[in-house]
Structures are given as structure tokens and as C-alpha cells.
Design a protein. Structure first.
Length: 139
């Protein structure tokens, strides 16, 4: 019998990463162990990762390097498939290293992957930190 595929929501990762509700964190740890053994297939999306980043930054007030480490841990979780994990990986490094918003870094990674080299934006500060992207104001 094939393992069931189940979506993993943001709050699961937040409980596990922060251990702010230990009983729930323990349940998530058990679930992750089951996934690592192939008893359940977990799937989540880049939007969940974005919500994790935003929450860890805004509510838990963690610094970007701590968040980067946590996200890399999520991406490397056995038994978990993160949709667009390649883009998340390409975004989480400049997010911390270039001090840009995660969503901007994700969008820049998407642009590179899809051979889009120009962006119209009023947020020139962040996008100018990415090599190979031409940043312009709308005309």
C-alpha cells in the first residue's frame, strides 16, 4: 500500500521550529519521523515557506540568518516535498546574505529561472541587489 500524501500547513512548521507549544511540537516531530520512514508523504508549497519566513521575522523577531537556517532545515526534511523548492533555495540565500525581503528574493529567483531580466518596480532598493536584473520605474 502506498503512503498517503498529505499537505503540511504553516503552523505545523512554526510549532516544530519554535517549540512554543511543546505538545504540538512533539506531535509534529512524530509526523516528521513517520514521513522520514515513508509512512506518509508530506507536501507543502513555497507560499507556506513564505508564511514561515514572515511569521518568524515579524512575530518571533528572529534574524534572517536564523530563519535561513530553519528554512534550509525544512527544505532538507526527509519525506517532505516542497513545491518550487529550487526557487525557495535560490531565494533563501540572498534573503539573508543581501538583506532583502524573502518575497523579493523569490521573485528574483523566478525571474532568473524564467529568463526574465527586467522588472518594473518602485522597490528599486532590494531588486538592485540582484545581479543580472535590470530595475526600472514604470514608464
Amino acid at each position: 500500500m502506498d503512503a498517503e500524501t498529505v499537505f503540511a500547513d504553516t503552523n505545523l512548521f512554526l510549532r516544530y521550529l519554535t517549540d512554543d507549544v511543546p505538545a504540538q511540537a512533539d506531535l509534529v516531530e512524530s509526523l516528521l519521523q513517520r514521513a522520514a520512514k515513508g509512512k506518509v508523504n508530506l507536501v507543502t508549497t513555497s507560499m507556506v515557506i513564505a508564511e514561515i519566513v514572515w511569521t518568524l521575522e515579524s512575530y518571533y523577531e528572529l534574524d534572517k540568518k536564523e530563519i535561513q537556517t530553519m528554512v534550509l532545515g525544512v527544505l532538507n526534511t526527509d519525506g517532505l516535498d516542497v513545491i518550487d523548492s529550487d526557487l525557495v533555495l535560490q531565494a533563501i540565500v540572498p534573503y539573508a546574505d543581501k538583506n532583502v525581503d524573502f518575497i523579493d528574493a523569490f521573485n528574483a529567483a523566478w525571474m532568473v529561472k524564467n529568463d526574465v531580466d527586467k522588472i518594473y518596480t518602485f522597490d528599486q532598493k532590494h531588486f538592485n541587489r540582484f545581479e543580472g536584473i535590470i530595475v526600472e520605474l514604470p514608464k
